[in-house]
Design a protein around this ligand. Structure first.
Ligand code: FAD
Length: 458
């Protein structure tokens, strides 16, 4: 039994595929209370309206439904203290001026050493506002001294069915999957051969399956990965042929497809019946989008394993982090909750072993840069989403995955001195993305139960 207790050791034997679900059953209420009940994690600052879609004119893709709208917080007093401009310490702290770009660079190279007084944590004083740290997998959305951030209560704007569909959303998903074109498009001759690649997932490829198994160190996840690969997933877009042996490209695809699957699960779970006006789970929606596509569900689990690993890896970072609102008691509670969560993650690489990626001699760095740049582009594509609420959650989740990738590939568990800084928004996005995945796992479990009941399966 995996108990969700601080310091609980989740052994390999414990971390089976079904145990990911049991672990989730235990984590879900706790994680959800962090994202819903703490000011720090229930609010997000982002640039929701002021960025133009950098890839195409987005006028046709706008969603006019009420369900697409986001309520932003216009009044300063509605913004929790921890997020209010003067409390953020974003521009200046108790004794420090907001540093200019040059100073920020210097500070990154050489962290602050007691200059601000013994009890003032760095994160209380300055939020780095660089355009982009070179190690980021995402384009920061809220940064820059002149950036007009929108404050949004994530709790009051739940991710659910909005009615955003058609050519607009199709174009965005297409653009996102196109970022996965590390490889050349299939030649027509190959398309008609017996080895025709299936959609974006490529043909059955057991060499790649073996490599993936090294990333997912856990038997039933492996079984599911292998069966998904054997079936060949399909993105439904232009067939793309993958380099046969490139694990990293497959991981990229799985992250994107898993995110897509997670979004689908939420909109099917919280679905608006437009005839009755009632919000309720829509089983047909689930069957059409997920149940009949085990590869998509497997990609969602893949993302959950990836995020669990990343959250486990920020334990030290959280221990050192200052949650600096004006209410030290609340800060203490928030910190204790996150620390407890991070400590309960399966230890080491038990579930997800990122160390097998970007390892190939000669190509590692270039491939990693390529991977990073492509993921950054996915985050830019979010400005093309023509529905405010979808854009909000699309941005939160791409930032969450971007943060997870940064933690996985740039953080050293044993020596945090060279770890890149994590912005407040990155931490919030990471935990909210974990919460979204956790909710997806719960929803899928309940959808399966509904199918069993309908079909009379005991
Ligand atoms: P889509 O989901 O649009 O998928 C397009 C094609 O992609 C499918 O035909 C299929 O071939 C392929 N595909 C589908 N799922 C996967 C997968 N997991 N992996 C690989 N390939 C796949 N709608 C809401 O109601 N609420 C939201 O909060 C919301 N958020 C969104 C956020 C973003 C960033 C985007 C781009 C869209 C969002 N949408 C949201 C719209 C929603 O995702 C769908 O696009 C819409 O419901 C239309 O669905 P569809 O059946 O046409 O297929």
């Amino acid at each position: 039994v995996c108990e969700f207790e601080p310091g609980a050791i989740v052994s390999d034997a414990c971390a089976s595929y079904s145990t990911l679900e049991s672990l989730n059953d235990a984590i879900h209420p706790y994680l959800h209370s962090i994202t819903q009940n703490t000011d720090f994690f229930s609010h997000y600052r982002l640039n929701l309206y002021n960025k133009k879609c950098p890839f195409w004119s987005d006028e046709n893709g706008m969603c006019g439904n009420r369900a697409c709208a986001v309520n932003t917080l216009e009044n300063e007093e509605d913004i929790p203290l921890v997020w209010r401009a003067h409390e953020l310490g974003r521009l200046e702290g108790p004794t420090a001026q907001h540093p200019g770009k040059r100073q920020q660079k210097e500070r990154k190279a050489k962290p602050l050493q007691g200059k601000l007084g013994e009890n003032v944590g760095e994160s209380c004083v300055v939020e780095y506002d660089d355009e982009c740290d070179e190690r980021d997998f995402c384009v920061p959305d809220d940064e820059g001294a002149s950036a007009k951030g929108d404050y949004v209560s994530l709790k009051d704007n739940p991710e659910r069915f909005t009615g955003y569909a058609g050519a607009g959303s199709q174009q965005v998903w297409e653009a996102i999957y196109r970022e996965n074109c590390f490889s050349k498009p299939a030649r027509p001759a190959e398309l008609s051969s017996g080895n025709t690649p299936l959609g974006g997932f490529g043909a059955p490829n057991f060499e790649a399956a073996n490599a993936l198994q090294n990333v997912l160190r856990e038997r039933s996840v492996q079984a599911s990965v292998q069966s998904a690969i054997a079936q060949g997933g399909s993105s439904g877009f232009d067939p793309i042929e993958f380099d046969d042996d490139c694990l990293e490209k497959r991981v990229f695809y799985r992250v994107v497809s898993g995110m897509h699957a997670s979004i689908s699960s939420h909109l099917c779970w919280d679905y608006l019946n437009q005839t009755t006006g009632q919000w309720s789970p829509n089983l047909a929606c689930y069957e059409q989008r997920l149940h009949n596509f085990p590869d998509r569900i497997s990609n969602l689990y893949f993302n959950y394993a990836l995020i669990l690993r990343a959250v486990g890896k920020i334990k030290q970072h959280v221990a050192d982090y200052e949650f600096c609102s004006a209410d030290p008691e609340q800060d203490q509670i928030t910190k204790a909750m996150v620390l407890r969560l991070a400590s309960a993650m399966p230890s080491g690489a038990a579930i997800f072993d990122e160390s097998v990626m970007f390892r190939e001699p000669g190509s590692g760095v270039t491939l990693k840069e390529d991977f990073r740049n492509r993921f950054r582009n996915v985050s830019r594509i979010m400005d093309c989403v023509g529905c405010d609420k979808c854009r909000l959650w699309g941005k939160v989740q791409t930032a969450g995955y971007g943060t997870a990738l940064k933690v996985l590939f740039e953080f050293d568990e044993h020596d945090s001195s060279k770890d890149p800084p994590l912005r407040r928004t990155e931490l919030v996005a990471l935990l909210n993305t974990m919460d979204r995945l956790s909710h997806s796992l719960s929803a899928i479990k309940q959808f399966r139960r509904m199918i069993d009941e309908r079909d009379g399966v005991k």
